[in-house]
Design a protein around this ligand. Structure first.
Ligand SMILES: NC(=O)c1ccc[n+]([C@@H]2O[C@H](COP(=O)([O-])OP(=O)(O)OC[C@H]3O[C@@H](n4cnc5c(N)ncnc54)[C@H](O)[C@@H]3O)[C@@H](O)[C@H]2O)c1
Ligand SMILES: N[C@@H](CCC=O)C(=O)O
Length: 511
């Protein structure tokens, strides 16, 4: 990945792309149904969260119920033909999409992700280029490997094979704002297998998602295979979930939303042709557990990057921090606070800013409310604690020290630049692992920092269920065949070519 140092060609190129994009804002984003761009006239806005008083990044046309019906019907109609397209052709399309992401559309995708989702160039590149292109390429490799999972034994008089059929009906992909790549992956996984999708993007990632869709179509995905349907989330999603041909929900976003959609699907089971599948990843409450043997300098840097890059708006962002008393007394927290106060926060177009805005006003207000509640509960604010939304939604990187390991911000997902620290006694390593395991229902990600192998092994054992998506989704891990397997129905086919039978009786039936 390019590193964008001052004076580099890559920094110059991205600066030019940003200037060009700003000149053209607001872009007009249509619905794209059966490959046709459709403007409904019902326009909504995607703002630039770091400069809210300027022109929006885009105005997008919200899909009407009639268009959603057209999208579903168009997708279902093309499904058999797409499934019959050879694996070679499907694979090549996604490899071409990867090349378009890292080549022709590179700077445009980065600029759209920076301006629309408030990422600085480093964060935008790892998301919209590195991860998105990887998703496309890994998908080809993983499906290729998956298709090779065939019966182990082939007898002399028969051939057995397994065919991995895509789901009948359409997949509804509902994507979050915080990763351009995730939207791309949610539609790629079902469609690379020969399935069809209706894609409802996040309102706060509409433009980058529209570009991703454009890339997929340019690479050769037929227009009806992935339908781009922005607009009112509950209206579009409810309509899709109420359709007889609804085959699966592919979701990434918050826990409450997935739970409500799951409940809706469950309550409508008699509507469907089949048993819809639900594949969803949701919130997290990432812990960092520091052992007394850990290096202070390195762990402080890891915690700063994990907690505050992209304003903590990652499901995997550090949120609860466990520091041993000995390192606390050796100045671990002082160093963490000192460096946190050095973080530059501001518009993402100024590269010195390590972090930018949070995504919108609702998020800004929610985060500051949580900080205030933490204060009222007795939490001590060691850094940050406030914000300013006059120009953009800027929240100061915030460190809260708590004496209560079950306090609000140790339990609830904040999804903002807020780290709550708790000091544990060095000799309570196992007890602290149990505490981490039992503090929240989330169990998405976590890290243990130690130079003591025995402590690592013990933590790995005790924290087995505290990370790895358990409790945070259906745990169909991206980057594994297990994820793809949720979007196929296996069919076993046996061809016999042994001698024809001459008697229906077996030897065991003879008198
Ligand atoms: N586990 C992961 O891999 C992962 C990755 C990224 C984000 N996340 C989680 O996503 C959340 C942040 O993303 P977000 O703010 O975009 O999440 P969100 O739940 O607000 O929105 C996700 C999607 O659901 C749609 N949606 C929202 N309300 C809806 C409703 N009532 N009915 C139908 N659709 C609705 C949105 O328009 C969006 O497309 C965090 O909780 C984060 O932890 C998880
Ligand atoms: N791949 C992402 C996960 C996305 C969560 O929001 C990461 O950077 O950890």
């Amino acid at each position: 990945m390019p590193t964008y140092p001052p004076g580099s060609a890559e920094r110059k190129a991205i600066d030019e792309a940003l200037v060009e994009m700003k000149k053209q804002m607001p872009f007009e984003v249509p619905c794209v149904i059966n490959g046709k761009e459709i403007k409904t006239g019902n326009k909504l806005k995607q703002l630039t969260p770091d400069s809210v008083n300027t022109a929006p990044l885009c105005e997008y046309h919200a899909a009407t119920p009639e268009l959603v019906t057209e999208a579903i019907e168009g997708a279902v109609k093309v499904q058999k033909a797409w499934a019959a397209t050879s694996w070679y052709d499907r694979a090549t399309i996604f490899l071409k999409a990867a090349a378009l992401v890292s080549g022709k559309y590179r700077n445009q995708l980065i600029a759209a992700t920076m301006l629309g989702q408030g990422k600085n160039v480093w964060q935008a590149d790892i998301d919209a280029i590195a991860e998105l292109a990887d998703f496309f390429k890994f998908s080809v490799k993983l499906v290729d490997d998956g298709y090779k999972n065939q019966p182990l034994i082939t007898p002399d008089d028969a051939v057995n094979r397994i065919e991995y059929r895509p789901l009948e009906g359409f997949v509804l992909a509902v994507s979050p704002f915080n990763f351009t790549a995730i939207g791309g992956n949610l539609v790629t996984v079902p469609s690379i297998l020969g399935g069809v999708c209706v894609w409802k993007p996040s309102p706060m990632a509409t433009y980058a998602n529209y570009l991703t869709h454009k890339i997929l179509l340019e690479a050769g995905v037929p227009g009806s295979v992935i339908q781009f349907v922005p607009g009112d989330a509950p209206q579009i999603v409810d309509q899709c979930l109420s359709h007889r041909d609804f085959a699966a929900l592919h979701f990434t976003g918050s826990t409450d939303v997935l739970r409500s959609l799951w409940t809706k699907i469950g309550s409508q089971m008699t509507t469907y042709r089949s048993y819809p599948r639900i594949i969803g990843e949701t919130g997290g409450k990432n812990f960092h557990l520091i052992h007394k043997s850990a290096d202070i300098k390195a762990t402080v840097i890891h915690c700063i990057r994990s907690g505050f890059e992209y304003c903590g708006q990652k499901c995997s962002a550090l949120s609860r921090l466990y520091i041993p008393r000995s390192l606390y007394e050796a100045g671990w927290l002082d160093e963490f606070v000192k460096q946190t106060k050095e973080i530059k926060v501001g518009p993402v177009t100024d590269h010195v800013n390590f972090t930018g805005p949070v995504i919108n006003e609702a998020s800004f207000d929610r985060i500051l409310k949580l900080i205030n509640q933490a204060k009222e509960e007795g939490g001590k604010i060691l850094a940050g604690g406030s914000g300013d939304k006059s120009q953009g939604y800027f929240v100061e990187p915030t460190i809260i020290l708590t004496e209560d390991p079950h306090s609000l911000t140790m339990k609830k997902e904040v999804f903002g630049p807020v780290v709550t620290a708790y000091v544990y006694e060095d000799d309570k390593w196992a007890e602290t692992c149990d505490l981490i395991d039992n503090t929240t229902d989330y169990a998405l990600t976590g890290s243990v920092f130690s130079n003591d192998r025995a402590a690592l092994a013990e933590a790995s054992e005790l924290l087995r269920n505290a990370a790895g998506s358990l409790g945070s989704g259906t745990n169909d891990k991206s980057g594994t065949w297990a994820h793809f397997s949720r979007f196929v129905s296996a069919r076993t086919i046996k061809e016999n070519f042994g001698a024809d039978p001459t008697d229906f009786r077996h030897p065991s039936n003879l008198a």
